[in-house]
Design a protein around this ligand. Structure first.
Ligand SMILES: O=c1[nH]c(=O)c2[nH]c(=O)[nH]c2[nH]1
Length: 324
C-alpha cells in the first residue's frame, strides 16, 4: 500500500524520450467540429515525469539507507529503453505500459505515477510539382499547445490497479476578435471596469478529461479513444459559434459539447485565464478595427468541471422547454 500517513515519493522530471515511426492511430470517431481522423506518430515524443511511492523507501529518508533506492538516473534510463518495447500507439497506453513494467521489475515499489507531456511536431509543407503537400521527412516543433496525460498505478494483492488516469491539453491560446461581451456584473464603489458589449476576448485554456472506463483511454479501441486534437477543435468551434457573455459561460458550453460528442468521457475540467487585450485606439477613422496592447497584470482565471450529469440536466431542460 502507499504510505497514507505522509507524503513520501521521489522521482525524475524532464525525462525526454523520442521514438520514430510508431504506428498512427486511426479509426477515431468522427465529429462535426473536427476533420482530425488520424494521429501521425512518426515522431512519438514526450517530456516525462515519474515518481515512485512505497513504504520501503522510508529508511532512505530517515537513515540514508540507499539499499532499496532505484536511482532517479535509472528511472530515466528505464523509460527511454523500455520505449523500444512499447507496442501501442497512444501516450496513455505508453505511460500505463511503463508503470506496469516498473512495478513488475521492482517488487518493493508500491505505486508509480507518471506524466507524459507531448513534444508536438507538425509536418512542413513541400512542393509536389502540382501544389504543396506534407513532407513525411521534415517536421517542425511549432504548436503552442501540447497534450498531456497522467496515470497512477498501484500494486494490490490481486495485481496492478490504475487508480488515476487523466488526459488533457495545455496552453491553448485563443482570441476571438468580435462576438464576446461582459456586462451585468456587480457595480459598486470598487468597480472601474466598463461594461463590454464586444470585446476582443483572448483566453488561455488548459483541459483535463477522464474516461468513464479507464480502459478506453488506451486507444486499443480507437472508436472509444478521444484525441486531444478533437477536444481542441470542439473548443475552437464553440468559441467561433457562441456570442459569449463571459469565459465562465463559454467553458460550460464547450464542456457540454465535448461530453455530448464523447459519451465515454466522465467529465471535463477547465483551467482558464483571461488575457484580453487592452484597447488603445477604439475607433480608427474610415477603417474597421481598433488598436490594442497586451493586458497588464493581474489576470483573471476560472476553474470548472462539467460532468455527464450536467449534460443530462441540460437535455432534460431543453426537452421540457420544447414541450411548452
Ligand atoms: O469573462 C469574464 N469573466 C469574469 O468573471 C471577469 N471579470 C473581469 O474583470 N472580466 C471578466 N471576464
Amino acid at each position: 500500500m502507499t504510505n497514507g500517513k505522509r507524503t513520501m515519493l521521489y522521482g525524475k522530471g524532464d525525462v525526454f524520450v523520442y521514438r520514430t515511426y510508431v504506428p498512427n492511430i486511426k479509426g477515431l470517431r468522427q465529429i462535426p467540429e473536427s476533420s482530425f481522423n488520424e494521429r501521425d506518430n512518426t515522431i512519438f515524443g514526450f517530456n516525462c515525469q515519474i515518481a515512485l511511492k512505497g513504504d520501503a523507501f522510508l529508511t532512505s529518508f530517515t537513515e540514508g539507507d540507499n539499499s532499496l533506492v532505484v536511482a532517479t538516473d535509472s528511472m530515466k534510463n528505464f523509460i527511454q529503453y523500455e520505449m523500444a518495447n512499447f507496442q501501442g500507439n497512444t501516450a496513455e497506453s505508453f505511460i500505463k505500459f511503463i508503470c506496469n513494467r516498473f512495478l513488475d521489475k521492482y517488487a518493493h515499489v508500491d505505486a508509480v505515477e507518471l506524466t507524459a507531456n507531448e513534444m508536438p511536431f507538425e509536418h512542413v509543407l513541400v512542393p509536389t510539382g502540382t501544389g504543396h503537400d506534407k513532407s513525411h521527412l521534415v517536421y517542425k516543433k511549432s504548436r503552442n499547445e501540447y497534450a498531456t496525460t497522467t496515470i497512477e498505478v498501484v500494486r494490490t494483492g490481486t495485481g496492478n490497479k490504475v487508480v488515476k488516469h487523466t488526459s488533457g491539453i495545455r496552453d491553448v491560446h485563443l482570441i476571438k476578435v468580435s462576438g464576446s461581451s461582459f456586462y451585468g456584473f456587480i457595480r459598486d464603489q470598487y468597480t472601474t471596469l466598463p461594461e463590454a458589449f464586444d470585446r476582443p476576448l483572448f483566453i488561455y485554456l488548459d483541459f483535463d478529461w477522464e474516461y468513464e472506463n479507464i480502459e478506453d483511454a488506451s486507444g486499443a479501441n480507437p472508436e472509444k479513444y478521444v484525441a486531444s486534437e478533437q477536444i481542441a477543435d470542439i473548443a475552437n468551434t464553440v468559441f467561433h459559434e457562441l456570442d459569449n457573455k463571459s469565459i465562465q459561460q463559454l467553458i460550460y458550453k464547450i464542456g457540454l459539447r465535448i461530453l455530448d460528442r464523447f459519451p465515454q468521457l466522465k467529465n471535463i475540467q477547465f483551467k482558464t485565464n483571461n488575457r484580453t487585450w487592452e484597447t488603445v485606439v477604439e475607433e480608427i477613422p474610415n477603417a474597421k478595427g481598433s488598436v490594442y496592447q497586451e493586458p497588464r497584470p493581474p489576470y483573471g482565471f476560472q476553474g470548472f468541471e462539467v460532468t455527464q450529469a450536467d449534460l443530462k440536466a441540460e437535455k432534460e431542460k431543453e426537452a421540457a422547454e420544447a414541450i411548452q
